[in-house]
Ligand binder design. Structure first.
Ligand code: MG
Length: 251
C-alpha cells in the first residue's frame, strides 16, 4: 500500500480539513422538516465553492453529492425527497476530492430528540471509532483495529456488518488495505501499521442482526431486520506518535 508524506500528505490534510468543516455546516442544517435532497445541495454548494468534488460521483457516478442514510439505512442512502422527522437518526457520509486527493468521513446525527436506543447506538458507534483510533498505532497489527471496534460494539449489545469495512484512501477514494470492523482471519489483518499509511476507520453498527438488505435503488444498504444503525468514520494517517485524524471537525 502507498505511504504518503511531504506534499502529498499536505494535500490530504487540505481535503480532510474541508470535510471536517463540512460536518459543522451540515449538522447545523439537520432538523425535522428538511429533506435529504436539501442537505445534499448544501454539501454540493459547500464543496464546489471551494473547488472540491464529490468522491462518490467522481469514482462511482453515484446519484448524489454525499450519502445520506436514515434510520435502518446503513450506508449509501441516496439524497432525495425524504424529509427528516423528529426522532430520526441520520448518517452523513462525506467523501470528497481536492487537487487529486481524497478523504472520507461520516457521522450519525440525531434529528431533534431521539429514543434512548438511538442515543445508545450513536454513542456506541462513536466509542467504537474511538477504540479503533487508539488501536491505530505504528507497529500494531492492522487487525487490532477491527478487534477493538468489535469489542466495543459487542460489549454494548450491537452488531457489526462484516461486509462493510474501512479502506485505504489517498490518490483514489478506495485503496488498499481493507480495514475490518471485526477480528478477521484475512492475511491483510496481519500487516503492521507504519507511518504514512492513510486509511479510514469506520465502524457501522446495527441494533439487531448483522445482516444487510440491498434496496430497490441498487445502492442503499439497510439492516435486514429493519433495526437502527449508526456509522462514524474518520480518515487518518499513521504517525510515529499515533494516528493523526485528517478529517477532524474544527468544533
Ligand atoms: Mg469510507
Amino acid at each position: 500500500m502507498t505511504i504518503y508524506g511531504g506534499d502529498e500528505l499536505e494535500g490530504l490534510r487540505r481535503i480532510g480539513r474541508l470535510i471536517g468543516e463540512s460536518f459543522d455546516v451540515l449538522s447545523a442544517e439537520v432538523r425535522p422538516g428538511i429533506s435529504t435532497g436539501e442537505l445534499d445541495r448544501v454539501a454540493a454548494e459547500f464543496f464546489t465553492s471551494r473547488g472540491a468534488q464529490s468522491g462518490p460521483i467522481l469514482t462511482y457516478d453515484y446519484p448524489g453529492f454525499i450519502c445520506i442514510s436514515v434510520g435502518d439505512q446503513v450506508v449509501h442512502g441516496i439524497p432525495g425527497s425524504r424529509v427528516l422527522a423528529e426522532g430520526d437518526l441520520v448518517t452523513l457520509d462525506v467523501a470528497a476530492e481536492l487537487d487529486g486527493f481524497h478523504a472520507d468521513a461520516a457521522t450519525t446525527v440525531p434529528v431533534g430528540s431521539v429514543s434512548p436506543q438511538a442515543s445508545r447506538i450513536q454513542a456506541g458507534t462513536r466509542a467504537a471509532l474511538g477504540a479503533g483510533l487508539r488501536a491505530a498505532q505504528p507497529g500494531a497489527r492492522l487487525g487490532d483495529i477491527g478487534i477493538a471496534v468489535e469489542r466495543v460494539a459487542n460489549t454494548r449489545g450491537f452488531s457489526v456488518f462484516k461486509e462493510l469495512v474501512g479502506h485505504g484512501i489517498g490518490r483514489s477514494m478506495h485503496e488498499e488495505p481493507t480495514v475490518f470492523n471485526f477480528d478477521s482471519e484475512d492475511p491483510q489483518a496481519d500487516q503492521r501499521l507504519e507511518p504514512g499509511m492513510v486509511f479510514t476507520i469506520e465502524p457501522m453498527l446495527g441494533a439487531g442482526s448483522d445482516q444487510l438488505r440491498m434496496g430497490a435503488d441498487g445502492w442503499t444498504l439497510s439492516t435486514a431486520d429493519g433495526k437502527l444503525s449508526a456509522h462514524e468514520e474518520h480518515t487518518i494517517v499513521v504517525c510515529e506518535g499515533g494516528p493523526e485524524i485528517l478529517t477532524a471537525r474544527p468544533s
